[in-house]
Design a protein around this ligand. Structure first.
Ligand SMILES: Nc1ncnc2c1ncn2[C@@H]1O[C@H](COP(=O)(O)OP(=O)(O)OP(=O)(O)O)[C@@H](O)[C@H]1O
Ligand SMILES: [Zn+2]
Length: 403
């Protein structure tokens, strides 16, 4: 405490009174709330769609120390929602780009940028220094790793997720009996049930809503404004009212992580989280090349030659209708993968000796469709494009728009 002729006041820098005044005048927040924020630390894993808005509000509110962990680099396709990055930071590590942006917003806080991926070997050391952990990532192995580490370190974990038009928010390990992620989701989702934003799409403002709420929950926890009740919040941008909330039970005594005799710190390092979640996604491209269908896949240049040769070919684009509406190659008919799989035979011509060429965006769905056509057992030659239309744009026609 310092004293002046005007009375006693704690050590908040003079500049910080106008900076944080609008929140300090809130009942139940006050100067005390600001000091709690200033003395607190939060680590954000993932500086993407959720992490960017979360970081922005944490920094603006004056959280004293902020850690940012992300190994990825900024790409043009990130700018639609990852609002701390900009055209000038494409190619820069996201953690560094985000750290620079929030430093411009608030130069009076400590910011640590980590360019390594969070992994079972470094998780405990990386998260230990912080009071609150924010999960702003996009994959199941990291979610389980973060949860186990948060449980072992006894720290609250504010978890967010967003896809398409929908989002989820939950605070795990809150207080004495708050459940952990494994209490609610003991088993990882089936691999075919999960997709990245790249595969499924996401509206930027949806990640903005969820990321902002993650910052809000962290601020409430730190300042003592959180009611301590565990609930899973579901957000749906297309349905009114936007929000639904499910009350969660207390932690399970039988939980393999937070339950009695649950996971110990040392066990995290020995756990293979990728294997627990079903292993790596199959390398589709290689699978196709070695799947016992010699010549079943063609490269973009070969597709160009085939299209220019004038020979009779059935051209099928298996992307969803919305994507076909964005861009297409001439001569291709759109039969979305779901329709192909529902009745493959109905989409092939009577001419049993014809050749079919199948394309999609990335070269995964086209393989599934091609396999379905081949399973019909006719003599039709079915081939699909390695790397999809993305490869076409890269290797044949740079003017072909890809997304
Ligand atoms: N284990 C991890 N360690 C550090 N960062 C991670 C880890 N797992 C995921 N992330 C980061 O979390 C972020 C998730 O954000 P988001 O899904 O918006 O971005 P993205 O992966 O760039 O998206 P897209 O799917 O469009 O390429 C990414 O920047 C990703 O690098
Ligand atoms: Zn648990």
């Amino acid at each position: 405490m310092e004293t002046t002729g005007h009375g006693e006041y704690p050590k908040l820098h003079l500049e910080d009174y106008p900076r944080y005044g609008r929140q300090m005048i809130l009942d139940d927040f006050g100067l005390e709330g600001q000091l709690k924020l200033q003395r607190s630390s939060v680590v954000v894993i993932g500086a993407g769609g959720l992490g960017c808005p979360a970081l922005q509000y944490l920094a603006a509110a004056g959280v004293g120390r902020i850690g940012i962990v992300d190994h990825d680099k900024v790409e043009l396709s990130n700018l639609q929602r990852q609002v701390l990055h900009n055209e000038g930071t494409i190619g820069v590590h996201k953690s560094v780009s985000a750290a620079d942006a929030i430093h411009k917003l608030n130069s009076r806080i400590q910011i640590d940028a980590v360019t390594d991926p969070l992994h079972s070997s470094n998780a405990v050391a990386l998260l230990q220094p912080y009071d609150v952990i924010l999960d702003c990532t996009d994959n199941a192995p990291t979610r389980y790793l973060l949860s186990d580490t948060a449980v072992s370190l006894g720290k609250p974990l504010v978890s967010g997720a967003a896809q398409k038009f929908e989002g989820q928010l939950c605070v795990y390990n809150l207080g004495e009996d708050g459940p952990c992620y494994r209490c609610i989701f003991p088993n990882p989702p089936a691999m075919e049930m999960v997709g990245t934003c790249e595969e499924t799409g996401v509206l930027g403002a949806v990640t903005g809503v969820v990321g902002t709420m993650q910052a809000l929950e962290a601020i409430k926890i730190i300042t003592g404004l959180h009611d301590g009740k565990a609930s899973l919040l579901l957000f749906s941008a297309l349905t009114m009212p936007f929000f639904r909330s499910i009350k969660l039970r207390a932690k399970k005594p039988t939980c393999t992580s937070c339950g009695e005799g649950g996971m110990k710190l040392g066990a995290i390092e020995e756990t293979d989280y990728v294997a627990f979640c079903g292993g790596l996604r199959p390398n589709w491209e290689e699978r196709g090349l070695s799947a016992g269908h010699p010549g079943s896949r063609i490269r973009a240049q070969e597709l160009k030659t085939a299209l220019e040769s004038g020979t009779k070919v059935t051209l099928i684009d298996v992307r969803p209708r919305t994507e076909f509406g964005i861009c297409r190659l001439p001569g291709f008919k759109n039969i979305p993968l779901t329709q192909v799989l529902a009745n493959p035979a109905s989409h092939l011509s009577e001419d049993k000796n014809s050749r079919v060429l199948v394309v999609c965006r990335l070269g995964n769905d086209s393989q599934i469709a091609a396999d379905a056509f081949r399973d019909l057992g006719s003599n039709i030659i079915v081939q699909d494009l390695i790397g999809g239309l993305r490869a076409w744009s890269r290797d044949v026609d740079p003017h072909f728009p890809i997304y």
